[in-house]
Write a protein that binds this ligand. Sequence first.
Ligand SMILES: [Zn+2]
Length: 265
Amino acid sequence: MQLIDIGANLGHESFQHDLDAVLQRAQAHGVERMIVTGASSDGSKRALALAHAHPGRLFATAGVHPHHAIDYDDATDARLRELARDPAVRAIGETGLDYNRNYSPRDVQLQVFERQLQMAVDLQKPLFLHQRDAHQDFIALLRRYRDQLPGAVVHCFTDTGEALRDYLALDCHIGITGWICDERRGTHLRQLVREIPAHRLMIETDAPYLLPRTVRPQPPHRRNEPMYLKHICEEIARDRGESTEAAAANSTATAEAFFGLADLS
Ligand SMILES: [Zn+2]
């Protein structure tokens, strides 16, 4: 079984001391390739450096998370565009809107999201998107740009059926994390995941966050790693009534097509 983790924050400080071991464990658990999320200007630079250090195995996104929108200026925009021109950068993002935490003011988030939408249009790269408690504003802006974009994945989807149908109507891809393995808050996803066509469904750990609750025993440090991706694949397969092998093969083929990896392996 070969899996692709489409969202791993491997530039996070918690991976600094043992990244090689993390990558080895991932490989041993069938996770051959990973897309390293860039969520800030510096983070995107780190993600690209990791992709360069592990060609063909690690790829990167370049973008600024809505939490950090307040730090985004013209220099940031120029730096991101430069990074994003590198062939190892397979998507623009993580970008979007987060009204749950509002670490950056909403009007700033909207502006900065729109600048990155325009960047994806200009560079013709797909988008890696984050949305929390902001669906109406998010979908309105995305809808305006969708026709000019080569693709868009709404990562870590945890929202309602209505939101899901809006995304699928815009021909977006959907990223599912270990949220679906959480019997306290992820049960609605177990129904909704059946509505996602196989060629629009991808899986991600969002490591080091969102350790799947189905990992037994839970590691004492609570850090999530790409090696646990299979737990998400297994839960999705159970919910969709298909074999884990089929769910794995579908999500891998979908990720290869979305990020343009098929011709690289
Ligand atoms: Zn996110």
